[in-house]
Design a protein around this ligand. Structure first.
Ligand SMILES: [Ca+2]
Length: 445
């Protein structure tokens, strides 16, 4: 690793942390369909994908956008041109803007802010962490800030059982991750690659209920290296193992509404910034605007663990387990070590001008964990470093949803088999030479 890259890697790690959600009251816009935005080139389209080129940074934003009556979906992901020579932070934000039945508006976003490795000592499936006292089941924070390549599968629209679906995905290949000891700030203890990290989405509307299914496919760990104090370098390790360890994904949320809103977990009022409970096992969380349900986070369900990868001659061996989720108090976050900023939001500040995106008048998005009424972890109690596939769902409650007219017979589900590639890049950087990525995507689901 060159000196330049080593320095830049630590810079990116130090930058990685940002949050959100605050009590703000935008004025209502007059129309439920969004007008043209100066941020998104095709915001008046029913759906669109593309690049938002930054004029001040090499960090470009890939966007996916759906704009149908009463609701809009925004999905942002960070990437860079292939000739960019520095590590790329992996950042992904998913937001939904809704018009509710009483005419009020709400925007809810979830930002993936990192992964954590924990040892579930008390056997409840979720990580207990208290970085004030120093007692924690969380052993490592995993920062994933560069990968060898990216594949973006653009939005495809089709009907299934008379319901219109929009699907899209993003894959990071050979994801470089850095494990930092969770209870001390001693730098990177372990470096490891994830074979891939794929985020896939399926958005549909039934009546006045929208469903946004999010699918994670987290590749198997490989190429483990540990820090050797004697040589001050990273060396291949056969001793370090993820056996017996669990994995969680840390999310912050941002919520803005035109009327006062509240957040609840398992039906009880909840706020990550004020709760005394460090970790609450969550089956569901909900955003309520002026007493009316607006948005549900549906947690739980099963996930698939690939204990043996498949090959041309042998089927993959899989096991299924119950996924857990945890509503997390701010005190269970390492803010004292890494600062109060949710990186998964702060990278997109310029692209999150809600007034520009949705009309009306909205406040600036807050990037602090201290503004996030719901911080949550999606937890995989059995991991062992293996590949995981899981798909939690976010549900929106709309005013009077109608999907644009669509000839149901025109496009079948088989559309998913179509080959589509809008953007595929391969980067050559990191501690080993990158392998070439494919130039075409086979669907993406
Ligand atoms: Ca536990």
């Amino acid at each position: 690793m060159s000196g330049k890259r080593k320095v830049s890697g630590f810079v990116m790690i130090s930058v990685l942390f940002v949050g959100l959600c605050f009590a703000a009251f935008p004025q209502l816009s007059q129309s439920s369909l969004v007008k043209a935005s100066s941020i998104l080139p095709d915001s008046n389209a029913e759906y669109a994908d593309g690049t938002i080129v930054s004029t001040s940074s090499f960090l470009n934003v890939w966007y996916d956008w759906i704009n149908v009556s009463d609701t809009q979906i925004i999905n942002y992901a960070l990437y860079t041109p292939t000739d960019y020579d520095y590590p790329v932070p992996i950042a992904n934000l998913l937001g939904q803007h809704l018009h509710l039945a009483d005419g009020s508006e709400v925007f809810v976003a979830s930002a993936l802010d990192g992964m954590e490795v924990y040892r579930d000592v008390n056997g409840d499936g979720i990580p207990q962490a208290n970085f004030t006292s120093g007692e924690s089941e969380i052993l490592y924070f995993m920062y994933s800030n560069m990968s060898d390549g990216y594949n973006m599968a653009p939005i495809q629209k089709f009907t299934q059982n008379d319901t219109v679906h929009y699907q899209w995905s993003l894959t990071y290949e050979n994801v470089y991750t850095y494990l930092q000891n969770a209870t001390s700030h001693l730098g990177v203890a372990v470096r490891v690659k994830l074979d891939h990290f794929t985020l896939s989405y399926d958005f549909s509307v039934n009546g006045n209920v929208s469903n946004l299914k999010t699918n994670f496919d987290i590749g198997k760990t490989k190429d483990i290296q540990t820090f050797d104090a004697a040589t001050q370098s990273y060396v291949n390790s056969t001793e370090f193992s993820f056996d017996g360890l669990s994995l969680s994904l840390l999310y912050a949320t941002a919520t803005y509404a035109s009327k006062p809103y509240t957040t609840s977990v398992n039906g009880e009022p909840y706020n990550s910034t004020t709760t005394q409970d460090l970790a609450v096992e969550a089956e569901a969380a909900q955003v309520t605007v002026d007493g009316a349900k607006a948005y549900d986070f549906m947690f739980g369900g099963e996930y698939t663990l690939y204990t043996e990868e498949g090959s041309q001659t042998q089927a993959a061996q899989i096991e299924t387990y119950q996924a857990k989720a945890e509503a997390a108090a701010i005190d269970s976050l390492p803010i004292k070590l890494y600062g109060p900023t949710v990186k998964g939001i702060s990278f997109f500040t310029k692209q999150l001008n809600l007034t520009d995106l949705f009309g009306g008048s909205w406040p600036n998005v807050n990037t602090s964990y201290n503004a996030s009424s719901l911080v949550y972890r999606i937890c995989f109690p059995v991991w062992d470093g293996n590949q995981i596939v899981h798909d939690p769902v976010y549900v929106g409650y709309l005013g009077s949803a109608t999907i644009p007219e669509f000839p149901a017979a025109a496009i079948a589900v088989g559309l998913l088999a179509a080959t589509a590639a809008v953007l595929t890049t391969t980067k050559a950087q990191g501690w080993k030479a990158a392998k070439k990525t494919g130039q075409l995507l086979q669907g993406g689901f």
